[in-house]
Each structure stands twice: as structure tokens, then as C-alpha cells.
Design a protein around this ligand. Sequence first.
Ligand code: SF4
Length: 312
Amino acid sequence: MAELAYLQVSRVCNQKCLFCSNPANGRVISWAEAARWIDSFAKDRAAGVILTGGEPTMFPGLARLVAYAVKRRLAPRLITNGQKTAERGYLRRLARAGLRHMHISIYSCRAAVQGRLTGNPESLDNIRRSLVQACELGIRVDVNTVISKANAGHLRELVGWVTDLAPQVRHFVWNNLDPLMNEGSAANDLVPRLRDFEVELHKAMTWLASTGRSFRVERVPLCFMSEFPHRSTETRKLIKDEGRRIYFLDEKGLRVQDHNAWTYKKGARCAQCRLERLCAGLYQLGVYYSEAELCPVFTDPAEVARRVREDS
Ligand code: SF4
């Protein structure tokens, strides 16, 4: 199956998130280079291109690049912090260029928390405007959330806030905070214990499932996914043997991640677990997380694999 390609177009940002995975380095891609990558992904028949950063709306030629990807029959998506897209004229230009799908990163529906995590007191207000306008313009919006100590206690509240405001939002993605990618050491205090978010994640997943919405969860072992192990990003990648290509706007350049990128360390307890073969294990086990947090599960792995394959 064709896979999505990721293209970083700007490593400049208008927020200062405490746990940025690709922090600002001042680089913005040139138009010629961006077009070359689009040509290359189109030639390789990628399923689409995800324009990302940093913050991709800081790339001045974004609308033109969206139009170029559409012309090359490569469905473009955006992963954005939802700040510049709050400007109606700007988002309309992207929609006219052919943008039909974007992911907005939201950490909290509590303005003070969102403001603290992003270094931007206006962050939530801008996201509110982006969500409403994107829905009015017919752009599909998915919501990406990094789980941290700061929002671990109100994940269910966040999905309710989003869907009250924009009922058209049908898909949520949670990523447990990656402690290795923190921009500042203060963010180490934000690394949650798995038990900190277990109940809230379960409530949020259960509610989304009851409304027919979909979701994915990354860097959370299957023993914390309750009845939704088939929604684990890593498990899905392992079962489908999927990888992805990412062009980083730094010294890494193009990286091709195969299924090995989706496996972490396991503990002695995992040997008793029926889902061991389908589970990625625990990211940063022995560093930020302890084996004592894990608990073998007895779910039928064949049933999990079946649900992944049935679930597009
Ligand atoms: S016990 Fe180990 S193998 Fe089983 S779900 Fe937890 S982390 Fe995965």
C-alpha cells in the first residue's frame, strides 16, 4: 500500500512549545527544493504529502506548494499549530489552492494551560477561530494532542470542547510526550507517568468510539490502551508493515522509517503478555519509564490484528 510522505517546509515557528519535536532552527525550504520533493514523492506514488515543520504556515509559498502538490496528484495535508490559519483570508487561500485536510495541534482546552505550553497566551483563541473557519471552508480537521502532565487530567474534556465547537472533527491523534525531543529542560517535568493519563485516555477513547469517531495513540503500550489496542499507531504499523518517508529540514535530511522505527524496549513482564508480538513496548523504558508500570494482558492477538485490518 502506498505510504504518506512528510515534508518539513519551515523550521521557524510562531509559538514556543515546551516539547517541540522539531524545534526552530531558522531554516525555511526554498521553493525549488520543495517542488523537487513533491516531484519525487509523486514519482514514487506516495499516498499523499504531509506539509509540516516547525510550523509550515511560516513557509511563504505554502498556498502555491499546496496547488503544486494537487497538480502532481499528491493529496496535500498540513500539520499546523492553528495560529496563522486563524486569519480567514489566509485559510481561504489555502482552501482555494486545494487544501482539504489539516491537523491542528491542541494541547488543552484550558486557555491558561494551552498558553503556558505554547508560550502564546492567544493560542487557544486562534485555534478556536481556525477550527470554525476550516469547517466552514470544507477543510477536514483532525486534532493532534501531545499528552503531558499538564493535560493528563483533562483529555476527555478536550475532545468534548473540540467536538462541541466543531462537530465535523472526526479523528483525534494522541502522542505521549517524547522526552528526548524537549526543547527545554523544564519540559522534563511534563513527562507523565502512564497511570497519570490512563483513566482520562480511556474516557476519551470510549466516548469517541461511542460517537463513531476514530483515533490513534502513539507511545502508549497496549496494556494502557484498554479495549482499543487496534488504535495504537505502532501496532497498526507493525501489522500492516508500514513505514514512512520524512524530509527533515536539518542535518538528517531524508529518512525512511521502516517498521523497526516502531519498536521500543520491553520488560521481563512482557514475556507473559499475549499481545507481546503486536506491542511496540514502552518508549524510553528504563530511562523515563519503569517496567513496574507494565501489566501483561490476555487479549486475543488474532482479534486485534483482525480489527486493525478491518479498520481503514
Ligand atoms: S506488558 Fe509489555 S508486551 Fe504487554 S502490552 Fe504491556 S508493554 Fe506491551
